[in-house]
Design a protein around this ligand. Structure first.
Ligand SMILES: Cc1ncc(COP(=O)(O)O)c(C=O)c1O
Length: 374
């Protein structure tokens, strides 16, 4: 048996949707982008949604559109894209520690690091679990800070019925390892009417009205840049895949949750004294984009990874090195984060995707049990 780390969940619907776009002759940013945006904002519950070619571009655009200049507080326990966006926008990333149970940004650590240079907080919803957004928003409102949620790993998780990415400005990823995919792709969600034109301009060469929308204009050729924008747009080929994936999102997340709860129960039963499984207070809080276990003994970690690899189980680590220990950031912002540095040595990401079969789940449990019992 061979189990990959992740596998997409697609059928002939995505194929047919792509063919329709190819046949239409309009392949670039166009009507399918609009369809995906309408679907997504309806699902997440925000006023606006804007498709991007990646979450990284959405993150950068969020900072530029809000014209932020100063310090942005974020966890170091994230993919480097979160910090890159801050750095590329000319702001300073202030890395803070995480909660040792959820691996999400610690509220106390945010509070400790707020000063008069702080302009924003960037919580990262790690592996599918939403952060304490109610408390983070309270803190942000108290200090008049912008909140940019890095929701790349969390499409569909909720806190008290409210979606990740709908509290502040939400940045999502449709990379193939994420809850749903468009190949490459991302999306920005927000409620602030005042940044709509700026978001469009930043992602489309500085021009507020995209080509498709100008088609009906008397002077359709007239392109006026209002700022030095870039091209962060999604093609309609990718958006067509996204529209079909959105229809499957609830089913995908329900399967991820079902498989994860099964693994939680089985692993706790057989090796509960060796590791901690990823639990959440409420199932709506976690959509298990990744299934991450924490070993009690850091010394077991690399040996267990090797054992899993030898048995063709596609396990991995998210994330090591953590961002503040990566070459660029450690030279520029030397800092020690106790919990983050300890956790990166103890974690293993096990395969998690909607199509996992019962025998595959049992095989993973068996191989982990075998490792600890030998
Ligand atoms: C937390 C986080 N932020 C940002 C990204 C970047 O997403 P993308 O590849 O769509 O730019 C990722 C993807 O791995 C991520 O996990």
């Amino acid at each position: 048996m061979e189990i990959p780390l992740c596998k997409t969940y697609m059928d002939e619907k995505e194929l047919a949707a792509v063919k329709t776009v190819l046949d239409s002759g309009w392949l670039a940013h166009g009507p399918k982008n609009k369809e995906l945006e309408n679907q997504f904002k309806g699902y997440v519950g925000t006023k606006h949604a804007s498709c991007f070619n990646s979450c990284a571009s959405a993150l950068l655009t969020a900072i530029l559109a809000k014209d932020l200049k100063g310090e942005i507080i974020l966890p170091s326990f994230t993919f480097t894209a979160s910090a890159n966006a801050i750095e590329l926008a000319g702001c300073k990333p202030v890395f803070v520690d995480i909660d040792e149970n959820t691996f999400n940004i610690s509220l106390e650590e945010i509070e400790k690091n707020i000063n008069d240079k702080t302009v924003a907080i960037m919580p990262v919803h790690y592996a599918g679990q939403i952060c304490e957004m109610d408390k983070i928003m309270e803190l942000a409102n108290k200090h008049n800070l912008v909140v940019i949620e890095d929701s790349a790993e969390t499409i569909g998780a909720k806190l008290n019925g409210k979606h990740a990415g709908s509290f502040g400005i939400g940045c999502f990823s449709f990379y193939p390892t994420k809850n749903i995919t468009t190949g490459e792709g991302g999306l920005l969600t927000f409620n602030d009417d005042s940044i709509v034109a700026k978001v469009n301009a930043i992602k489309g060469h500085g021009i507020v009205k995209p080509t498709f929308d100008r088609e009906e204009d008397v002077k359709a050729w007239y392109r006026d840049a209002v700022l030095p924008g870039y091209n962060f747009r999604m093609s309609d080929i990718n958006a067509a895949i996204g529209v079909e994936q959105m229809k499957k999102l609830d089913e995908i997340n329900a399967l991820r949750q079902k498989h994860s709860l099964y693994l939680n129960k089985q692993l706790e039963e057989v090796v509960g004294d060796k590791l901690i499984v990823p639990k959440s207070n409420n199932i709506e809080n976690h959509v298990y984009q990744m299934y991450v276990i924490k070993l009690n003994e850091a010394n077991d970690r690399d040996a267990l990874l090797k054992h899993l690899k030898d048995n063709k189980i596609g396990a991995s680590v998210h994330f090591e090195p953590v961002v503040h220990q990566q070459t660029y950031f450690k030279q520029k912002y030397p800092i020690t984060l106790k919990v983050t540095e300890d956790i990166q040595r103890r974690i293993i990401t096990l395969p998690m995707f909607p199509g996992l079969k019962q025998e595959e789940l049992d095989y993973m449990v068996l191989k982990i049990e075998e490792f600890f019992k030998k």
